[in-house]
Ligand binder design. Sequence first.
Ligand SMILES: [Zn+2]
Length: 394
Amino acid sequence: MNQKRLLSLFLCMTVLMSSLLIFGADATTLQEDVAAKNQLESQLKALEEERKQIADRLAAARADEAKAQEEINLLYDEISTYQQQLETQSALIAEYTALAQTKEKEINTLNDQMNRNYDLFKERLIFAQESGSMSYIDFVLGSSDLSDIISRSEVISDMLEYDRKIIESLLSNKKSVEKAKQEIEIALATCETKQAEYQETLKIMDEKRAELAKRLEELKDNREVQETAMNRANATKKEIEDRIDKLVQSINSKTQGTYNGSFCWPLPATNPGYFSRGFVKGYHTGLDIHVGGWVNNGKVPALAIAAGTVITCGSFWDWGNLVVVDHGGGFVSYYAHLDSFSVSYGQHVSQGQQVGKIGSTGDSTGPHLHLTLYAPTENGKERVDPMKYLPNPW
Ligand SMILES: [Zn+2]
């Protein structure tokens, strides 16, 4: 084994070791992280749709609740107005009842007075017209002369007339008091009718209020259900976003911030070449790409498939002129059998940047690019079929 082979082996071992070190620290591979991130992002998208629907339902539930609340508030105002009116009627009823009682008492007093006067009048009348009692006759016969008799008779008549007038006056008073009492009773009856009406209205309103309160309670429950759903969706969203953040960190740590998840074809689009030998695990661990028609003697540019750092740029017995680019994240690409270099060790290259020109140096039978790609796999890091990552240029 010559020095070049040893160096080549050493290089491979170094790459393998460093990749083992990188992947030993993390249980997941970059591909797993990216797959998990994609899955979470589609979950998040579906969740966003769900959140939108919940938000719509929540807004509708809130509007319904506010409307019902407004309705019940208006009803409370109306109930309060009716209750005030009912109180007014109750106060009026109490007032009229007391007044009617006063009138009743007045009527009773007048009745008593009338009865007394009537009794007195009757007594006098009986005395005057039927009684043979001496005193009255004596009073008349005690007259000194005719004119005196007439005068005394007139006195009796006047006395009777006086009693009659008193009784008539009392009767008239009683009539006016009774009329007043009747008016009060009419007013009282009106108040009582109103009171009954208000009570009936209030009863109906109270039933409506109970109904509305029940409905409001249901709407509140519905709103709370939507709020709970929204809180849950928000918590899930936060959880997914946190997991995505962690995956992004994990992806960034594996790609060292350079590998963006896509590779380009290592030959110019104008001369993409063709396969002369594919990847066969354990036998030919890379791609051989020839340029058809010996374009520029086959010396077409070899391009970095992604941005990265040149970690090897030199000549080896089998590889020939070799450029190795570390893209980060466990991705390392080898460009072998180059005719010449366009880059140097340690240089940063961007995606699609020319690393050299295709040639036939080293263990080669004709100008072609041998491309080997190391990628993170479940086994850590190993050489993979580059076509798993590269875009098909044809
Ligand atoms: Zn090859």
